[in-house]
Design a protein around this ligand. Structure first.
Ligand SMILES: *[C@@H]1O[C@H](CO)[C@@H](O)[C@H](O)[C@H]1NC(C)=O
Ligand SMILES: *[C@@H]1O[C@H](CO)[C@@H](O)[C@H](O)[C@H]1NC(C)=O
Ligand SMILES: *[C@@H]1O[C@H](CO)[C@@H](O)[C@H](O)[C@H]1NC(C)=O
Length: 372
């Protein structure tokens, strides 16, 4: 514990002493929490949010993002001082049709709403699983669209697993062969392979975010076994086991992958703090969807027939049946960017971004009583 705190100081001072530049490239992988419009550009995919009133609070038109405004990735790009990332599929079509010569220099977003860490999750909706997102990225590297020095400086963001766990509780899905622990183990094996492949192509800085309390989403109203007056504990306990396994994977990165650093964003406990004291974080409703219909607003997707929208989305933790509002994403992003290690550890995104790859943990930083 002492060592990791000391290391934080070491990293911060080393980078300011050398005046090193922050990385300008981010590669994003995951599900609807991160999707910036890939599904919209995938006409085989039926998991969509490319109709009103999605996007209404910030973009003022639907972009394919599953919220009323910016996602966590968008906020992080803004904190870094760079433009919002484009969805890979949009950039790819512009490169293929010749309107652009190359891919954007600020990186790409490969996330696909509805996807899981397991390839089978929501395949019937035509979503792009993590494995396939990685293949898309690896293909760009083979084509030399991004060079190794750039990859080494880049930040890799991953958030995925909510859909695998939510679907595990669907009553009409084919019964899973796996018990919850085995299911979580197979998910973690995929994440472990993801980290290894990112490292394999030169990635050295990785941020992995935990799942939020998936058992609290308004869409639990669609599950006959779930309670409505409180969160679905069984689902949240599976989420906790997965999150804790994720954190173990992140902690093991420096030892397993020399020269790499990884941080773990504890979104679960952050959202639990919002839920425990809503007014403190500017929320009036932390249970219902702002936009939807039926019990908890969770029975109908926002924008679909019969939906209703609340007056002020800022008051709501949830924008629609599965997804947080922009206000929630804004709170989460600030805490991941600049927060303490109760939210993101061993250090925050600001430190991860502003630290050069040369300042990565040396085997043993020399204890130095004069390092202030
Ligand atoms: C978090 O930071 C505090 C000091 O602010 C330190 O005592 C503690 O060990 C750190 N915890 C982790 C998990 O890094
Ligand atoms: C090329 O693709 C981009 C992105 O999908 C699109 O905006 C643009 O209109 C296309 N241009 C042509 C000439 O087809
Ligand atoms: C750090 O970045 C520089 C420049 O991009 C690169 O030459 C070097 O190999 C990188 N070092 C590590 C340990 O990744």
């Amino acid at each position: 514990m002492m060592r990791s705190a000391a290391l934080g100081v070491y990293l911060a001072c080393f980078s300011c002493a050398l005046g090193l530049v922050a990385p300008a490239t981010v590669f994003t992988f995951g599900d609807s929490i991160f999707d910036g419009g890939n599904n919209h550009f995938n006409n085989k995919c039926t998991a969509q949010a490319d109709f009103p009133p999605y996007g209404s609070s910030y973009f003022h038109y639907p972009t394919g993002r599953f919220t009323n405004g910016r996602t966590v990735v968008d906020f992080i790009c803004q904190f870094m001082g760079m433009g919002l990332q484009l969805p890979f599929l949009e950039a790819q079509s512009a490169v293929l049709n010749g309107s652009w010569k190359s891919y954007p220099s600020n990186g790409l977003n490969f996330a696909s709403a509805g996807s899981g860490v397991l390839a089978a999750t929501n395949q019937d909706l035509g979503v792009t699983a993590i494995e396939e997102q990685l293949q898309q990225f690896e293909a760009l590297i083979q084509e030399k669209q991004f060079q190794t020095p750039e990859i080494r400086q880049s930040i890799f963001l991953l958030e995925s697993g909510s859909n695998d766990i939510f679907n595990y509780f669907l009553p009409f899905a084919p019964p899973s062969q796996l018990d919850p622990d085995a299911m979580v183990r197979s998910m973690l094996a995929q994440v472990s392979s993801f980290i290894s492949r990112i490292y394999g192509v030169g990635g050295r800085r990785i941020a992995v975010f935990s799942l939020g309390p998936v058992g609290c989403v308004p869409a639990r109203a669609l599950l006959p076994a779930a309670p409505l007056d409180k969160c679905y504990d069984q689902m949240n306990s599976m989420v906790r086991i997965y999150n804790s396994g994720l954190e173990d994977l992140v902690k093991a990165v420096p030892a397993n992958y020399p020269g790499a650093v990884a941080v773990f964003g504890d979104v679960f406990h952050l959202v639990e703090r919002f839920r425990a004291d809503p007014p403190r974080y500017g929320f009036k409703d932390v249970s219902n969807a702002c936009c939807g219909e039926g019990r908890l607003g969770g029975m109908v997707q926002c924008g679909k027939e019969g939906y209703k929208e609340c007056g002020n989305p800022r008051d709501y933790l949830f924008w629609d049946y599965f997804h947080p509002s922009e206000h929630t994403y804004s709170r989460i992003s600030k805490a991941l960017w600049a927060g303490r290690n109760s939210t993101i550890r061993p250090f925050n995104l600001h430190t991860l971004f502003s630290t050069s790859n040369q300042t990565q943990p040396k085997p043993k930083p020399k204890p130095n009583s004069n390092n202030n």
